[in-house]
Every structure is written in C-alpha cells, then in structure tokens.
Design a protein around this ligand. Structure first.
Ligand SMILES: Nc1ncnc2c1ncn2[C@@H]1O[C@H](COP(=O)(O)OP(=O)(O)O)[C@@H](O)[C@H]1O
Ligand SMILES: O=C(CO)[C@@H](O)[C@H](O)COP(=O)(O)O
Length: 498
C-alpha cells in the first residue's frame, strides 16, 4: 500500500493540510479558515480550539474527498504560526484566547524587560524582547489578568497545542522555543536567569523536544473525530518559518527565503551563531538539528493585501485583483503604500506606527492602489534585505513562498524590487511541505533533510529581474524609506483616535 505523510501548516489565516507520498508527490491538500479577532487596535487573538477543529475538518476532507486512506498515513508533523501564547490550566484546558505574534499590546512589558535585562537579554536569547514574542505576552497576562495567571499550569505555542490534542503529550519544539525568547539559544535550555529576573515560575516551562522527535501516536479521540487511524506517528514539528525554509530547500546562506503569508519574512540560513545581528533581526533554532536561521519580519504583509481587498475590492478574488494590478505601471503612477497597518516589527520595531498611502492623485485608479499595496509590502521586505546587505551577507537568489507567491504579477514585482532572481515552488505551500518532510525524516524514510529535499521539493518558475524596472524601483525605494521617519510622529499622535 502507498505510504503518506501529513504536513499540517497552522497559519494565521487558515490551516492547510498536505498529504505527500514517498516520491514527494502531493496526493491531497485541504484547508480550513478561521477568524482572527482583533478586540482592540493592536490586539490579535485566536481561539486555540478553532485551530483543532479546523485541522479535524481539513483532515476529514482529505480522507473523504481526496481518498487518502487513513492507514496509509504513516506520520504527521507541523508548521506553526510562531510566538502565540496558549495558556493551560491544571486540567490542560485553555484559560483564555491565544495572544498572537502580531498582537502589539505589550509595549510596556517590552520596556520592563529592556530596563531589567538590557543587552544581557539579547546575549542570552539572540533576540530583543519585542512585543510579538511570547515572553512579553506572559508578562502582560501576569500584570493584567491575575485571576488567569493564578490558573496557569503551563504554556504552549500554537502548533504545540494542536500536537497535544492529537497525541495527549505536552512539549514545545526548539524552533518555537527560541521564538518565546525565554530560551538560552547557546545551550538550548530555558533561561532560569530570565525567569528569575522577570518572576516567571520555572514550573510553567514546558518540556523541550526536537522537530524530528517522535511525540506519540494519534490518540483514539482525535482519530475518531478526524477519521484518522491511531497507526499515525506524530513528530515534533517546527515554527512555520523554519518549516518553510526546509520546504523551500533553503539550506545554504546565499539563498534567502521570502514568505508572504499573513506576515512577511526574509530568512537566512545560519550554520552557527557567529554572526551577531544584535537583535536587529531574529535569531532562531532551526528544525534541521544543530543549525539556526535569522530573519526579519513585516507584521502585515499578506494581511495588508487582505485588509485592502476586504475593504475596497470585496467582490473579486485575489487572482483577478492582483492580475489587474499588472496593468498599472512600475510605481503605480506615483503612489506609495507602507504596510504598517498593525504596527511594524523590522526594521522599525514600532507598535504605534501605522500605514499610509502617499502621493494620491486624481488620475489614479483602483489598479494603481492595488499595485501600490503589493509594491509597498515588497519594499518592506527589501528594507529587511538591506539589513543583510549592511551586515555583509551575500544573497544572490530568493525562493518565494506563501500565499503571495501564487501571483505571477507579484513574484515579478519581488524580482524587480529585490533585483535578484526569484524562484517559486510548484506548490506555494512551503511550510506544509516542510512539515511533511519533518515527518518523513522522523519516520526514517530518508537519511536526513538534504536527501528528503531531493525527493520532496519541486521548484516552479524563476522570475529574473527586468533591469529597467529594477532601476526605477531602486529610486522609488529611496523615497519609500523616507516615509517611516516622516510619518512616525503623526502615527503616534493619532493613537488616541484609534
Ligand atoms: N492568489 C493570490 N495572489 C496573491 N496573494 C494571495 C493570493 N491568495 C492569497 N494571497 C495572500 O496570501 C496571504 C495568505 O497566505 P498564507 O501563506 O496562506 O498565510 P497564513 O499561513 O498566514 O495563513 C493572504 O493574506 C493574501 O494576502
Ligand atoms: O511572527 C512571525 C515570525 O516571527 C510570523 O511569521 C508568524 O510565524 C506567522 O506566520 P504566518 O501566519 O504569516 O505564516
């Protein structure tokens, strides 16, 4: 009988489940969307049980509509949206909605950590204590919801909660543990120094596992609900950007990953911790054992386009809308957009900045606005690539994944703005393929990730930069870079009106 692995990509907009056979062929792919409530400006939450129910619904469709035999599913693993805080009580029940990676309510807690630990925090974790990271969310609950804090037995990251519901076992994998910024990245242990200084009880720290570690079989309750078999072995899984890098074959430093999902990411493979980014970029443990990756994150990349579409173009699908933008010229007839609609993380770690359209002219039409949004998101990723340039990294090629890579118009814009060749995957779901690869390596189907990559990764088209476009974008990028410093004060003053 054919054997398959499941890659479960728990994104912010939806969960995508991909079944892949031993040859690396996708034999089924299903997804379920779920809401992302924003109860106040800057807040972003999700109900962890929506992730579980969404995954169950997607797997049921895979089994019943795509005819993936449950007994053929030898292994499953995960790619998960990072940093989100799931708090569990003594009965392992969820205490409050998860506080997500793009929730920026925690500026006060960020400052407290900076005041108490200063540079030492970056030395230990490889990261700054930014609003997005789990540690500031823990402190926020401790300070603002003492009744919930008193109930906390442990905490998990999003995909780790899903794994717990599938296997009954509690653990966090290392690639998501660095994203909490509570892990000492040098010795891969929870930092008791940070816990002590910030008053976080050691007893709530969950056990740590590697991405490729066996984490248990699917338990009968979950198998019944999802039409699965308890034969399926479950493996640790990884932070979505780690899994995305694996699924896109980013295994050397000259090839960067760009991901446009809800967030936007530029990611660089790091063989060790020798490059000191000083917290300007994130540094994370990788799912490939004993390696790391650095990355910069735009908080609202695909999220900006989704906001724009829902608000102004609700009756067209993404493909129609982005294709139409292909008929607007480079620079959208003089219109620029900054995607800071949820604040920004990198290069401007500013929870109060907000987005803007600059240069609106009465000759412009809808396609210009759509193009400006797509270009502005891409400029924000170029801003991150510029940090790598300054540090001296040699990146000569980009692999592009995530929902944004579905659009040929946008991928060409990426090639032109980055002024580098950009390759897509045949199936843009890099994180899902990466998650399936983790299960395949965990099962021992392959000797390691490089051998699995040879079989599982199928590249699509390469978009070469068009020099005339790249030259125009280089000039526009200089203008784009002036918008943040010039709108910062205005954005901050508007805070009280949001
Ligand atoms: N056909 C398309 N063309 C361009 N962008 C798209 C298309 N479909 C979806 N997107 C963008 O991709 C984003 C979702 O990407 P995805 O990788 O699924 O995100 P997540 O993992 O955060 O759920 C959306 O926010 C949207 O902006
Ligand atoms: O915060 C980060 C990475 O540090 C985000 O990249 C999240 O991991 C969410 O990812 P998507 O839902 O956009 O894939």
């Amino acid at each position: 009988m054919e054997k398959n692995v499941l890659g479960i990509d728990l994104g912010t907009g939806s969960v995508k489940v991909t079944a892949v056979n031993k040859l690396g062929d996708i034999v089924g792919q299903e997804s379920t969307s779920y809401p992302n409530p924003q109860p106040q400006p800057g807040w972003s939450e999700q109900n962890p049980n929506d992730w579980v129910n969404g995954t169950i619904a997607a797997i049921r469709k895979l089994v019943n509509d795509d005819n993936v035999d449950p007994v053929s599913i030898s292994g499953a693993s995960f790619s998960g949206q990072m940093h989100g805080l799931v708090l569990l009580d003594k009965n392992n029940h969820v205490i409050r909605p998860a506080i997500l990676w793009n929730d920026t309510r925690t500026t006060k807690q960020r400052k407290e950590i900076e005041d108490k630990l200063g540079k030492r925090f970056v030395e230990i974790t490889g990261n700054q204590p930014l609003e997005g990271f789990t540690i500031t969310k823990l402190l926020w609950v401790k300070e603002n919801e003492p009744e919930n804090w008193a109930k906390v037995k442990t905490f998990l990251l999003p995909k780790d909660y899903l794994r717990f519901k599938m296997t009954g076992n509690i653990a966090v994998d290392f690639s998501d543990a660095t994203g909490t910024t509570l892990l000492d990245i040098h010795d891969n242990k929870w930092s008791l120094e940070i816990c002590q200084v910030l008053g976080i009880p050691e007893k709530i720290l969950p056990p740590l596992i590697q991405s490729i570690d066996y984490a248990g079989n699917v338990i009968p309750d979950f198998a019944d609900e999802a039409d699965m078999s308890t034969i399926t072995k479950v493996y640790g899984g990884a932070a979505d950007n780690s899994a995305g890098a694996v699924g896109a074959g980013i295994m050397s430093p000259n090839n960067a990953l760009v991901s446009v999902g809800t967030s936007g990411v530029v990611l660089h493979h790091e063989v060790d911790l020798s490059t000191d980014y000083g917290g300007r970029l994130q540094m994370e443990d990788h799912s490939i054992p004993n390696t790391y990756y650095s990355m910069g994150v735009t908080l609202a990349a695909g999220d900006s386009l989704t906001w724009y579409k829902n608000t102004f173009v609700p009756d067209e699908d993404f493909t129609e809308m982005t294709d139409e933008a292909g008929n607007s010229p480079i620079g959208a007839n003089g219109l620029l957009f900054t995607p800071y609609i949820a604040g920004e993380r990198m290069p401007h770690a500013d929870s109060q900045i907000r987005g803007s359209f600059v240069g609106i002219d009465r000759t412009q039409v809808r396609r210009d606005f759509t193009r400006a949004v797509m270009e502005g998101i891409t400029f924000s990723l170029k801003d991150i690539l510029t940090i790598y340039d300054e540090i001296g990294a040699t990146i000569d090629h980009v692999t592009s994944i995530g929902g944004g890579a579905k659009s040929a118009v946008w991928t060409q814009i990426q090639a032109d703005i980055f002024d580098k060749p950009v390759t897509t995957l045949k199936n843009e779901q890099g994180p899902g393929i990466g998650a399936a690869m983790i299960a395949a390596v965990g099962l021992g189907w392959f000797t390691g990730f490089p051998a699995c990559a040879d079989q599982f990764i199928k590249f699509g088209k390469t978009y070469e930069p068009i020099q005339a476009n790249a030259d125009k974008y280089a000039k526009l990028f200089k203008i784009y870079q002036q918008i943040y410093p010039q709108t910062k004060k205005i954005s901050h003053e508007l805070r009280n009106f949001r």
